[in-house]
Design a protein. Structure first.
Length: 276
């Protein structure tokens, strides 16, 4: 019995030491596990924070497409203005731009280096005579070369005849440069007038609604007045656009005409010098 008792005491002591050792060994592991769990919870909280902001981002991204661009807003306002007067104003813009672009291309092609041409004509007269100078002018594009050709073609009749031919054909070339430009000025004046007419008609319709309703309600006439004013806005926009092109074309024509006059004087001086 005594041996059994001591054996039980020894087993109990061994078990107690084993449990103590296990507790000492496992405590850091448990603490590390708890720390890891706390770290995981903190990371989860950090990850959940942006998730809460995602609806705002989505809302902002969803709201972005709602902001219409300038062209979309312009299209919307144009449709609101109605096809009646808006269509006529648009036709004025299209026709005016077509004529303006055609004139700009023509005037740019008509621009030549008159000083180089004058020097070439003088050299050709000195070396090959009138026919060589006429051939040079025939192969050169532009109103200045055409005027030179007409003057050289009449030089056999005298310098006075050549000068009259230069002056007369200069007027013809000026008419060619100013061709269809008056239509642009017409569309510049017509577009705002059509816009004002649309505004007046829209105001009349708005007052007709007030008369029919028998009450002055802003909501009753606000839409009609807004639509009426849109025709004026678009008419003014068309006039401004065409006015810019018109001023450029007029300035280009004046530049070419001044070049033509200067070159014509130089040609007459050359012919007079050749006669001497």
């Amino acid at each position: 019995m005594r041996k059994l008792f001591f054996a039980l005491i020894l087993v109990g002591m061994l078990m107690f030491q084993t449990l103590s050792y296990a507790t000492t060994f496992l405590n850091p592991t448990i603490q590390e596990t708890e720390q890891q769990e706390e770290a995981v919870e903190e990371e989860a909280m950090v990850e959940e924070a942006p998730v809460m902001e995602e609806p705002e981002v989505v809302e902002e991204e969803a709201a972005a497409p709602e902001e219409a661009s300038f062209t979309q807003e312009l299209k919307k306002r144009f449709i609101e203005g109605g096809p009646g007067f808006m269509g006529i104003v648009l036709i004025c813009l299209i026709l005016g731009l077509a004529i303006a672009i055609e004139r700009i291309i023509y005037l740019n092609l008509a621009s030549t280096n008159s000083q180089k041409l004058t020097a070439g004509v003088e050299e050709a007269l000195s070396s090959g005579g009138v026919e060589a100078a006429k051939e040079l002018c025939r192969n050169t594009k532009g109103p200045v070369a055409s005027i030179f050709y007409q003057g050289l073609d009449r030089v056999s009749e005298g310098v006075d005849s050549a000068e009259k031919a230069v002056v007369a054909y200069g007027g013809v070339q000026m008419g060619q440069l100013e061709k269809n430009v008056s239509w642009i000025s017409l569309f510049i004046a017509l577009a705002p007038m059509l816009g004002f007419m649309g505004t007046v008609i829209g105001m009349i319709q708005a007052f007709d609604k007030i008369e029919a309703a028998g009450d002055m309600q802003p909501s009753l006439v606000a839409g009609g007045i807004k639509v009426a004013l849109l025709t004026t806005v678009f008419g003014l926009i068309v006039a401004i656009i065409l006015q810019v092109f018109y001023n450029y074309i007029i300035a280009k024509i004046d530049s070419i005409v001044n070049d033509m006059e200067d070159a014509s004087i130089n040609l007459i001086d050359i012919l007079v010098a050749q006669k001497k």
